[in-house]
Ligand binder design. Sequence first.
Ligand SMILES: Cc1cc2nc3c(=O)[nH]c(=O)nc-3n(C[C@H](O)[C@H](O)[C@H](O)COP(=O)(O)OP(=O)(O)OC[C@H]3O[C@@H](n4cnc5c(N)ncnc54)[C@H](O)[C@@H]3O)c2cc1C
Length: 278
Amino acid sequence: MAPDLHRIPQERERMPYQEDYFFAETVSAARLTPSLVRVVLRVRDGERLIESGHPDEWVRLAFGPDAQTPVTLPVLMDDGRWGRPDGSPPCPNRPYTVRRWTPETCEMVIDIVAHEGGVGASWALQAKPGDVIGICNPEGRFWLPAGSRWLLMLADISGLPAVGRVLEELPEGFPAAVHVEIPSDDDRQEIGGLIGTVADATITWHTCHGLRPERPGYTELPRIAREITTLPEGPGYIYIAGEARAVSDCRKHFRDALSFDKHRIDAVGYWIEGQARV
Ligand SMILES: Cc1cc2nc3c(=O)[nH]c(=O)nc-3n(C[C@H](O)[C@H](O)[C@H](O)COP(=O)(O)OP(=O)(O)OC[C@H]3O[C@@H](n4cnc5c(N)ncnc54)[C@H](O)[C@@H]3O)c2cc1C
């Protein structure tokens, strides 16, 4: 029997994005695993928040311009546009996956990679209950093209929150093969442990992420992709999340070497090595 795909949007169901902004108060912030900080936020007026319907949905977290200046949000102006009529400076902001959203309590879970430098990572490492940041309405990309019979996901640790959310929302029995690149064995999030799923999913962990003296760069995702030399029978969907150049190389492998339909691949550059994600 074909799996029930009612929870995952097909392309035609993509909803137009509705711009909106919220303040969110930190409820808790703690290490989930050595490389991830789990932050729980309570979104003020979160009843207004519009979910995207995509399981990889993300928000932009906005931070105060400096330690002394609180975060401010754009406001809806009389002409229907969002702006800053008071002249307040825009706040630095970064995209993060909504690992979990609970509309009843307006609580949002975000898992943040604790890497060196960066506004977002530095904020997460020092976050404490009561800290206030800004967020916007979520948007998303993941969609199972009509007729998909399987899913292949490749991600480095920045895409692990999306992996967790996707696996939790896939329909019962849906075949999914997932490859995740992590810095250490302790960064694993086992299915049935930190990740719940009713899909027919397997995760392969690759403990090679991060700077190593023996090679340049943070990631071996393209090598992991090249080691996949056959794909399951029938139409499927490939979702890749990680460092921008690496995911582009992975996409090329599936498109060019394995002749897989490029319209059934989403390769999302989550971060850019050596460059801030502004
Ligand atoms: C759709 C989407 C969803 C995302 N979801 C998540 C998520 O759930 N969790 C998460 O942690 N990230 C996620 N990211 C990635 C995150 O937005 C970037 O890593 C961002 O650069 C972090 O901002 P920063 O202020 O910490 O660092 P930046 O100021 O952007 O960069 C500062 C320096 O840190 C480096 N850097 C940035 N990210 C990393 C990294 N992951 N590892 C090593 N070095 C890095 C940069 O190359 C740069 O040199 C997502 C990105 C997108 C586009």
